[in-house]
Design a binder for this molecule. Structure first.
Ligand code: GLN
Length: 447
């Protein structure tokens, strides 16, 4: 109730939540009370959690930030949602996001942008901007997010919270509305690495309903929180500290690295030579996958249908033309183009080959270091409208996060100070495959 009251007071200005349902939230809370009274509580029983509106949740409106799904009530739970239910958490509501998770500022949401709680003229980042703002403004102690090219880490950085994108395949994508299936991965967003570790204990695990879910032994993600850092080799990719990085972000990241050296870590210079190719590769592959994934929104099976139309083709065309926003249409057109006969080899196949080279860059780097650090984003939160009319400038705000998704690696963002404009800066920590527990420990020792 305390959180619902705080949401009622602050959400009208922040727009972090798109759907609230106090009755359903309080029913979850009463069920948790009963479990606690029966002595059957787990670590997170009764803890309120906000869910990105990309997760289908039984009985909850699930919009994915789009007019296309404005009135869609999900008839089942995503795996992530059912895991949280089993743990006994309380669902606080569904958080705002860029339409179909396409964006870096929340400005593409059909339900209006989210304000950054630190400064109302600043974007919260995207696409998980509602979850980030909700945690930053203490409207929720924890939230879920998804990250296809940076959508957990970049908004975490821009709002001063902690967020983790796990290794691809660690968290099931079942019931998570698909954007680019080979890149999409869900993860936790919270105040601290310790909280993210507790959330990971709930979210991770094999699920036969996602064919890319990995069958691995159950892990305790809190196990390395107290590990000392003496001798830890931190790789600093020279491409992440080059042209394009703003001076305040560089200064805060340097200050964090200084703390890590005091904790006994050593830094080594490394190179990820294909970094600059990650943006063009991503903007071939992600739209290609999106164009096929979004073909299901046809006005027939579910979602928006144009009120007036002629024949079947006209119904498809009008429903999609009216139901999707500009950025989504741009991605569908690019994706359809790169997959067309005659262009497939020139664009899609080339991008797949470079994707492999990008993964090999990381493989070589992890021969020289245990963990990689750098900035999460090139600047602190930018202002509304600043990049809205220039897609390429917007795409460049993900320059340090996208390669991690292309390689399938885990990455996180940890708050590391404020820029000269008073806006938060994020330190990015990138680990080798399945090193989430180690990364959370490395973050916790600093926090
Ligand atoms: N900003 C990137 C995009 O627009 C990444 C989004 C995401 O991770 N979902 O595609």
């Amino acid at each position: 109730q305390i959180y619902l009251d705080r949401i009622a007071k602050l959400n009208p200005a922040l727009n972090a939540f798109v759907t609230l349902n106090a009755d359903m939230s309080l029913a979850d809370a009463r069920a948790a009370d009963a479990r606690i009274a029966a002595g059957q509580a787990g670590a997170l029983t009764g803890i309120p959690v906000a869910h990105k509106d990309i997760f289908c949740a039984d009985g909850w409106r699930t919009t994915c930030g789009s007019k296309m799904l404005e009135n869609f009530i999900a008839p089942y739970d995503a795996h992530v949602i059912s895991q949280f239910k089993t743990a006994g958490t309380v669902s606080l509501g569904k958080t705002n996001m860029d339409e179909f998770a396409m964006g870096s500022s929340n400005e593409t949401s059909y339900f209006g942008a989210v304000n950054n709680p630190w400064d109302a003229s600043a974007v919260p980042g995207g696409s998980s901007g509602g979850s980030a703002a909700a945690v930053a403004a203490r409207l929720a102690p924890a939230a879920t997010g998804t990250d296809t090219g940076g959508s957990i880490r970049q908004p975490a950085a821009l709002t001063g919270i902690t967020g983790l994108k796990p290794t691809y395949g660690v968290v099931s994508r079942y019931g998570m509305i698909a954007f680019a299936s080979s890149l999409d991965q869900a993860g936790p967003m919270a105040k601290s690495a310790e909280d993210c570790a507790l959330l990971m204990n709930v979210m991770a695990g094999f699920d036969a309903r996602d064919s890319t879910s990995l069958e691995r032994p159950v892990e305790d993600y809190t196990r390395d929180l107290q590990q000392p850092l003496a001798g830890l080799r931190i790789g600093l990719p020279r491409e992440y500290f080059a042209e394009g990085l703003s001076a305040d972000v560089a200064a805060s990241v340097e200050a964090a690295l200084h703390e890590y050296r005091k904790l006994g870590a050593v830094t080594v210079d490394i190179s990820l030579p294909n970094t600059k190719l990650s943006i063009p590769v991503y903007y071939v592959l992600a739209p290609a996958e999106a164009s096929t994934n979004l073909s299901r929104f046809d006005g027939v099976r579910y979602g928006y249908r144009a009120p007036e139309y002629g024949d079947l083709t006209d119904m498809y065309e009008k429903s999609r033309a009216q139901g999707f926003g500009t950025e989504v249409k741009r991605r569908i057109m690019i994706g359809t183009y790169v997959l067309s006969h005659g262009y497939y080899d020139a664009y899609y196949m080339q991008a797949q080959k470079i994707r492999r080279l990008i993964a090999q860059d990381f493989e070589a780097a992890f021969q020289q270091c245990d963990i990689i650090m750098g900035p999460t984003a090139p600047s602190t939160a930018f202002n509304f409208g600043e990049k809205a009319d220039d897609p390429v400038a917007m795409y460049l705000s993900d320059i340090y996060t996208i390669a991690v998704n292309l390689a399938g690696l885990p990455g996180m963002s940890v708050p590391c100070g404020l820029g000269s404009n008073g806006r938060p800066v994020g330190l990015q920590i990138i680990g080798n495959y399945f090193s989430e527990a180690k990364m959370l420990g490395v973050a916790h020792q600093y926090q």
